[in-house]
Design a protein around this ligand. Structure first.
Ligand code: 5GP
Ligand code: MN
Length: 334
């Protein structure tokens, strides 16, 4: 049984553990990578034996983070046999990926730190704050609770974690505590312009070409409230892009004037399609589109993988999205 605890109780739990593997979710984003690295730095600062593992290893985009070269793939052989697993930014146990989940379950002690409303809770103990903008925001409190001084390296990783998940302090999840956590990182010496230029204001030619290919074929519903686009394996080849280059593409659909729900369908082989979903409150794509198909995420940013060819899967997702839009209209009509 997973036991929901306070952040201080989670820090106390972690204090007397050793041989720790810190884990993040599949398709790691800045929050998963940054938070996993920051917690790893903190554990090392306490003199513990620790390793950070991400499914597929560290994404190229985050390879410049301090400590990134020591991050292992969850499928790699570990330098020691971990006794403790600490999951960060993972909305449910299977999101650790098959190898990550096996690693998690192989540990005697298991805990999770997360900020996804849809998280049912897993591990023996977990801390969940669904109002936090990022797991990184919560990791600042965890590191304080551990009694570790926030170093520049930890702060750099956490600043990336926080700023990624709140759209650089633009999204509705940005709250006072988000700025306070970022301010702590700034006080610890983060080079804000340097870090953000590499991460958010530089993109490879392949990524830029992919953006062009995907967006040039976007489609809109007749009322303009629903936008969707396809990212095919052929487009990846033509653009000379990598899978991780799709991060952020869905936002361009969501930013089209009048669009309420944006859907990006990514072909993953002949029988599997991964969806990125975005909306604006009061609509909820996690509840109305992702969850019915077995996915999850946040109210306004969710995802799901449907084990069907792209067009068939897209049909199912668009039907649910249209229902969600219709339901909202009915609420306004009351
Ligand atoms: P993205 O569209 O950026 O891949 O994901 C947006 C959000 O949805 C993230 O918070 C992510 O954790 C969640 N998400 C994406 N794909 C899945 C999925 O297949 N299952 C679940 N449960 N959540 C997902
Ligand atoms: Mn996150």
């Amino acid at each position: 049984m997973a036991n929901r605890v306070t952040i201080d109780a989670l820090a106390n739990w972690l204090k007397d553990k050793d041989d720790v593997v810190v884990l993040g979710h599949e398709s790691p984003d800045g929050d998963a990578a940054g938070t996993a690295l920051a917690v790893w730095h903190a554990l090392k600062a306490m003199g513990k034996r620790a390793v950070a593992c991400l499914p597929g290893g560290i994404p190229r985009l985050y390879a410049g983070l301090p400590g990134a070269d020591e991050v292992l793939d969850t499928e790699a052989a570990l330098p020691f046999s971990p006794k403790t697993a600490f999951s960060v930014d993972v909305s449910e146990q299977p999101r650790l990926g098959p190898a990550g989940e096996r690693l998690f379950l192989s540990c005697e002690h298991r805990a999770a730190l997360d900020h996804h409303h849809t998280n049912p809770g897993f591990g023996q103990v977990y801390f969940l704050d669904g109002d936090a903008a990022a797991a990184g925001e919560l990791a600042v409190d965890l590191i304080d609770g551990l009694g570790v001084t926030l170093s520049r390296d930890m702060a750099t990783c956490l600043f990336v974690a926080i700023s990624t998940d709140c759209g650089h302090f633009n999204y509705s999840n940005t709250r006072e505590k988000t700025f306070l956590a970022a301010a702590r990182c700034a006080r610890a010496g983060v080079d804000v312009a340097g870090v953000t230029e590499t991460l958010y204001r530089t993109r490879s030619a392949g990524r830029t070409r992919l953006l062009g290919l995907v967006l040039s074929e976007l489609e809109l519903s007749p009322d303009g409230a629903l936008a969707w686009a396809r990212l095919t394996e052929d487009m990846l080849r033509r653009a000379g892009a990598m899978r991780e280059d799709k991060e952020g593409v869905v936002n361009y659909l969501q930013e089209i004037e009048g669009v309420r729900i944006a859907v990006l369908a990514e072909e993953r082989g002949p029988g599997s399609t991964k969806f990125s979903l975005r909306t604006k409150a009061p609509l909820n794509v996690a509840r109305d589109v992702a969850l019915p198909l077995g996915g999850g995420g946040h109210d306004c940013a969710a995802g799901v993988t449907v084990e069907l060819p792209l067009e068939e899967a897209l049909g199912k997702v668009l039907a649910l999205a249209r229902e969600a839009l219709k339901k909202e209209t009915r609420i306004f009509d009351l």
